[in-house]
Design a protein around this ligand. Structure first.
Ligand code: MN
Length: 129
């Protein structure tokens, strides 16, 4: 069983949409509703990829990504930002925090699945664990 995808999203409707879409494409899914619980789950469950909502209550998705990237135990896990704010500066901030992809809300489901598959493929080709 491949490692799951971790969905960190506080909005229940978005979380369910993302999860059911991923499951329909054969991915296992685990969920978190806050940045801190997402970080904890990333450390314990070794997800193969993280979808990170950037607007979370308390700690932001950007800060959570920075923490994951500075932790040797999770730094290799690709993080894709999910945000309704899609200006160049938002995208640049996500990349600076360590995200390797950016998905805008409302979510283009077909495009999202293609982007996830591409990032996982690149990640495997790079030979990172
Ligand atoms: Mn949110």
């Amino acid at each position: 069983m491949p490692h799951p995808i971790l969905v960190i999203e506080d909005n229940a409707a978005n979380r369910e949409l993302l999860s059911s879409l991923l499951e329909a494409h054969g991915y296992g899914v685990i969920q978190a509703t806050t940045a801190q619980s997402g970080i904890d789950l990333a450390r314990s469950a070794a997800p193969q990829l993280i979808l990170m909502d950037l607007s979370l209550p308390g700690m932001s998705g950007l800060e959570a990504t920075r923490q994951l990237k500075s932790d040797p135990g999770t730094t290799h896990v690709p993080v894709i930002a999910v945000s309704a704010h899609a200006f160049d500066k938002d995208r640049a901030a996500a990349m600076a925090a360590g995200c390797c992809g950016f998905i805008t809300k409302p979510i283009d489901t077909r495009r999202m699945i293609v982007e996830i598959a591409g990032i996982l493929r690149t990640h495997r080709l790079e030979g990172t664990p």
